[in-house]
Design a protein around this ligand. Sequence first.
Ligand code: GSH
Length: 332
Amino acid sequence: MPSVLYSFRRCPYAIRARLALAAAGFSPGPDLELREVALKAKPPELLAASAKGTVPVLVLDQACAPAVRDESLAIMRWALDQADPEGWWAGRGSGEQGAIATLIEQNDGPFKHHLDRFKYAGRYGDRGLKEQAQHRQAAVSILQQWNRRLDISGGWLLGPRSSLADGALLPFVRQFMLADPKGFDNAPDLAAVQQWLARFLGSEALSTVLNEAWAPRCPWRSPSWLYHLALSTDWQQALSEGVYRRSTRGQSLDAVGFIHLSAAHQLEATASRFYGDLPAGAVTLLCIEPATLRQHGLAVRHEPAPSSGELFPHLYGPLPLEAVVRSEPWRP
Ligand SMILES: N[C@@H](CCC(=O)N[C@@H](CS)C(=O)NCC(=O)O)C(=O)O
């Protein structure tokens, strides 16, 4: 069984975990399965591994105990315990380890607090919008402290080479910059932070963990869900009518008697067989929660396709919209 990393491409916590795993020499493949997650539709496997439902989560193969690490820092520390060729943590004395811990606490506590209230001010109501500038200023003040440290340390937070602190903080500084790049460039007394971030943005380390293998554009398809490929126009109509009643391309539920579904591993073949001639955007993938179908008293039967005998799930009845946990443009 490979270890599994549940991740979300843009999440700074997930980025820092991927940075440490990559620094330790791991890469997605036979030994590490990368499962990109949509935060609005978390797969049941992620929630079974860690009920708090945040990413990143690393589920190690059974030989390791405990098997689940569901905090980004725990994943970083685990990765660096396996291999730490760049000396992010290994060989650091207690003074340096203490400084790393203090910087990470400042980042994960006050800096993240102000970053969220600056970047997502709208989520905090009228008061949030009123206080947005204050939060930005508070975040800048923390960056100025890090700037003073960088000025004397020689390029990275703890000296001339990068450490766990740089890997843990930079994804958040990047997020702060992305919220207002011009404001970041023009902020006073941040020259060393700007250079530090620029070095990170141009690094192979970051581009590696933002590439398709580490950060796929398409979420992982859980085998616990069922799937249906819908013409996007049919799906739009269902959204306005409140229920989906198509069986497959060009055929209605009333005419066929059931809705054709696929299991995760059957999707690619179904798509190329029946929808392969359509342009991008014409087909929408519906991810369906079977438990919701059961709650609606709907039956799913696995029945053989006439041509091949392969068993496919068939839904007997209209598809309720509540059972669709996610819809997304189909991407092969
Ligand atoms: N303390 C956690 C925080 C992780 C976290 O909050 N991740 C966000 C994504 S950036 C998340 O999963 N949020 C859950 C949600 O949006 O439903 C860690 O360090 O791993």
